[in-house]
Design a protein around this ligand. Structure first.
Ligand code: PMP
Length: 304
C-alpha cells in the first residue's frame, strides 16, 4: 500500500509515521467507530480532481455518529474541509480513495461513547481488474445481520465483520466474493457493495428494508439507469432462486464502482460474459464521476 506524506488526525495534518492512536479506546477494543469511504477521480484534461458525492457521504457520517450515540457529533463540514486540505497537502493527482473515520477514543467498557477522535486518510487507488472482466459470486451460508441486531444501514466499523465472514468463506471456496441473504431469506447485498440484476431488460435491486447500507452508489444507479441508459429500475424483494434467472448482474459501491457479476454459485448469468446494459452503465458512471458530462454537477466537489 502506498504511503502518502500526511494523514489528518484530530484536526491536524500529521506525518504518516506519526499518525498513532492508543490501543485502549473503545474503537480498538469494541469496533466503536463509524466511517465513510469516498473516491476522488483525477481528470487529466481538466487537471482537476473530482470527489464524488462528498456532501452525501458527510451527511451519512453524521447520521452514523448520531445513531451510534457518540457523546459529541463531529461537524462533518469540518471533515469535508480537512479532506480537501489533506489531498492538496499530499499533492495527489491520480484516482484516489479517502477514508474518513470518527471513533470512540475514550477508555472504558463497551458502552463508552466519548471523547471522539477523527482520522482522514487519502491515497492512490487504481481500479480493479474485475471491473472489466466481471466477478464470480457465492450465495453465502452466512446471514446478513438483521436491522434489529446490528443495523447495516449504519456505516459502523463493527458491521464489517459480518460481511468479512462471507467474503473470506467465498474466497476459500474459490469465488471472488459473496452475496448475503437476510433473515427472511431474501437477497440483501455483498460484503461491501449493493446488488442489482437485469431481468427482461429491467434493473431490479432489493429495497432498503433488506438489511443493506443506504448506499450512495446504489442511489446513483437508481438515478442514472433511467437517465443515462434508458433502463427502468424496480426496488423489490429478490429470492435466491431468482438470481440464476438474471440476464446480467452487477455490484455497486464506492470501491466496487460498477462491477459485473458473471456467475453465481458457478452458474453463468446470461452469456457468462459482461452484458450490454452493465457495459453501458459503467461508461455512464465513469463519465459522471470523472466530470465528463454536465449531468449532476452538484455531485462533484473540485479539489483544485
Ligand atoms: N453495502 C455495504 C455493506 C458497504 O460497505 C458499502 C460500501 N460503503 C456499500 C454497500 C456501497 O455503499 P456506497 O455506495 O455508499 O459506497
Amino acid at each position: 500500500m502506498s504511503r502518502p506524506k500526511y494523514i489528518h488526525l484530530n484536526g491536524e495534518l500529521v506525518a504518516w509515521e506519526d499518525a498513532k492512536v492508543h490501543v485502549s479506546p473503545g474503537a480498538f477494543k469494541f469496533g466503536a467507530a463509524v466511517f465513510e469511504g469516498i473516491r476522488g477521480y483525477w481528470n487529466p484534461e481538466h487537471e482537476q480532481m473530482y470527489l464524488f458525492r462528498l456532501d452525501d457521504h458527510m451527511r451519512r457520517l453524521t447520521h452514523s455518529q448520531v445513531f451510534m450515540r457518540f457523546d459529541s457529533i463531529v461537524d462533518t463540514t469540518e471533515i469535508a474541509e480537512q479532506t480537501l486540505e489533506l489531498i492538496r497537502a499530499n499533492e495527489l493527482r491520480e484516482n484516489i480513495h479517502i477514508l474518513s473515520t470518527t471513533f470512540v477514543d475514550g477508555i472504558g467498557g463497551p458502552s463508552t461513547s466519548g471523547p471522539i477522535g477523527v482520522s482522514i486518510t487519502s491515497g492512490p487507488w487504481a481500479g480493479a481488474a474485475r471491473i472489466e472482466n466481471g466477478c464470480s459470486a457465492q450465495v453465502s451460508s452466512w446471514q446478513r445481520a438483521a436491522d434489529t441486531a446490528l443495523p447495516m444501514r449504519v456505516k459502523c466499523n463493527a458491521n464489517y465483520q459480518n460481511g468479512r465472514l462471507a467474503a473470506v468463506q467465498a474466497e476459500a471456496d474459490g469465488y471472488d466474493t459473496a452475496i448475503l441473504l437476510n433473515s427472511r431469506g431474501k437477497v440483501s447485498e455483498g460484503p461491501s457493495m449493493c446488488f442489482f440484476m437485469i431481468r427482461d431488460g429491467k434493473a431490479i435491486t432489493p429495497g432498503t428494508s433488506n438489511d443493506i447500507l443506504e448506499s450512495i452508489t446504489r442511489q446513483t444507479m437508481l438515478d442514472i439507469l433511467p437517465e443515462m441508459c434508458g433502463v427502468e429500475v424496480i426496488e423489490r424483494d429478490v429470492d435466491r432462486s431468482e438470481l440464476l434467472m438474471a440476464e446480467e448482474a452487477f455490484f455497486c459501491g464506492t470501491a466496487w464502482e460498477v462491477t459485473p457479476v458473471t456467475s453465481i454459485d458457478r452458474v453463468p448469468l446470461g452469456t457468462g460474459e459482461v452484458g450490454p446494459i452493465v457495459k453501458k452503465l459503467q461508461q455512464s458512471y465513469f463519465d459522471l464521476t470523472n466530470g465528463r458530462t454536465n449531468l449532476h454537477p452538484d455531485w462533484l466537489t473540485k479539489v483544485y
